[in-house]
Design a binder for this molecule. Structure first.
Ligand SMILES: Cc1ncc(COP(=O)(O)O)c(C=O)c1O
Length: 480
């Protein structure tokens, strides 16, 4: 048996990788955010078949530097302002490296006591940091998509009389159509969860949002009433604090009132904006989320933790356990009544040790450090919005509650289709320049540009650089 590589080789490679990582993090801002690479080019540069004989780590790392590193999109770049800006911070990278070495699978307490208990502690820290009451219990998943799927599964399981876990839904005359509600701005992960759970995409109601892209609670009430009238059984509402397109904020307290009156599960999707609640002065938009049954917050979005790390907070952890726990003989342990076995709280059996990096991030920055970074990102977004507002060639397209600005070149007297083309071309030109990467969305049927701040190294200089490029390429009539 060949065994693993010699420990001296590992040590040498790790030192080399430490330099590679530190150099990458130091220098990433000097690269174009988007790689200059054509579709298929990376694949074409790689051999179609794996090597039959072992290769040296030196050779592999050389190829990494030549082929891989230059051809990724640089999410850890201070000019990355597309989608949601994110950061793999230093402490998070260190945590990720150590987790790879430990390689623990915290499916059971026994299969890693420290990973299990650190996850409980870190989720409890996060819960307190964002001002939620102690009743909430956290569980780390890969993504918000998974957290929302688990929440809606738990919501369905809470309809105990239907016994869906045991009997399923198909072929039963006694299971009414179960309906779920969110706004027309909710993330597509809600749609996918409804589809995956077999509830049927048609039974997700995308309730109209108002002119600030917030779910309208009156429209929600009407939709629930209409479904009851039609013989359906309303099941859950997903409210979003910080929607993907515009970071709009649904009125959670009013939605919680509807849920309480109608007996509906309330899931709050705060995947992006939840981190802002670490700042006490930014908590107003979250009012009412303490009444939710479940909440998702992604530290991998705006809490400087490397991808992936999504925290699902549930009010009734026993309910979540009862939805998912299934313990075959080979996973039984003597201590199961005294401990948490994380496999019981979701679909996955095996799970990565994600708590380690989050623990390192929270400790290294401290709560005050995290607050300062989030405040600065919000300040930069307000600053950028003020520049847009002051330039008559542009318009703001949505309020700016957090660190994302939606705006567009406004043109004069142009049809919507023409405005879309011009703004699309403007975006392409700006992104083609190299130093920044922005993205777009549609709001109220209009094509708009988004500038999203979330990287720890993004400073006013980077935001000003983005604005200079936008104005330069816009000219009087951008044509791309
Ligand atoms: C509001 C919101 N919810 C959910 C998601 C999905 O996140 P994930 O990639 O963690 O599944 C996103 C992604 O941007 C989001 O903005």
């Amino acid at each position: 048996m060949p065994g693993d590589i010699p420990s001296a080789e590992l040590r040498r490679a790790l030192h080399q990788v430490a330099d590679l990582i530190a150099d990458y993090v130091d220098g990433v801002g000097d690269r174009p955010v988007l790689p200059h690479v054509k579709p298929g080019a990376v694949r074409g540069a790689l051999p179609a078949a794996p090597p039959l004989e072992a290769e040296s780590l030196d050779a592999i790392l050389e190829d990494y530097e030549r082929l891989i590193e230059p051809n990724v999109t640089h999410w850890n770049h201070p000019g990355f302002m597309a989608y949601f800006g994110i950061t793999a911070s230093g402490p998070g990278i260190v945590g990720e490296a150590l987790a790879a070495a430990l390689n623990v699978n915290a499916m059971l307490w026994r299969t890693s006591p420290a990973a299990t208990e650190l996850e409980e502690v870190v989720c409890d820290w996060l819960r307190g940091m964002i001002g939620l009451p102690e009743v909430f219990r956290g569980h780390i998943n890969d993504t918000a998509s998974m957290s929302t799927l688990l929440s809606l599964a738990a919501a369905r399981h809470a309809l105990a009389d239907l016994e869906i876990r045991r009997r399923g839904m198909a072929g039963r005359g006694d299971v009414p159509t179960l309906t779920v509600y969110c706004s027309d701005q909710a993330h597509s992960s809600v749609d996918k969860a409804v589809m995956a759970l077999g509830l049927g995409h048609d039974n997700l109601r995308h309730v109209a949002s108002d002119d600030a892209f917030r779910l309208d609670p009156q429209a929600l009430r009407r939709a629930v009433a209409a479904d009851r009238e039609a013989g359906s059984r309303p099941m859950a509402v997903v409210a979003t604090v910080g929607t993907t397109s515009s970071t709009s904020v649904d009125p959670v307290a009013a939605i919680a009132d509807v849920c309480a009156a109608e007996g509906l599960w309330l899931h709050v999707d705060a995947a992006y904006a939840g981190s802002a609640a670490v700042c006490p002065e930014l908590r107003a938009p979250f009012a009412g989320w303490e009444r939710a049954d479940s909440i998702v917050v992604n530290p991998h979005k705006w809490l400087f933790t490397p991808f992936d790390c999504s925290v699902l907070l549930v009010r009734d952890v026993d309910g979540l356990r009862s939805a998912f726990s299934l313990v075959p003989e080979y996973l039984r342990t003597a201590e199961e009544d005294q401990v948490t076995n994380l496999m019981d709280l979701g679909i996955q059996l095996g799970r990565r040790f994600r708590a380690l990096k989050l623990w390192m991030v929270i400790r290294r920055f401290g709560v005050e450090g995290l607050r300062a970074a989030i405040r600065e990102h919000c300040r930069l977004a307000r600053e950028f919005a003020s520049w847009v507002a002051a330039d008559s060639r542009f318009e703001l397209c949505a309020p700016v509650p957090f660190s994302v600005v939606c705006f567009r070149w406004r043109g004069q007297g142009l049809e919507e289709a023409e405005l879309e083309t011009r703004n699309h071309d403007l975006l392409d030109a700006v992104n083609g320049a190299g130093p920044v990467f922005l993205s777009h969305t549609a709001l109220a049927g209009r094509y708009v540009l988004r500038l999203a701040i979330g990287n720890l190294k993004t400073t006013e200089r980077h935001v000003a650089q983005a604005w200079d490029l936008i104005r330069d390429f816009a000219g009087d009539a951008p044509s791309g």
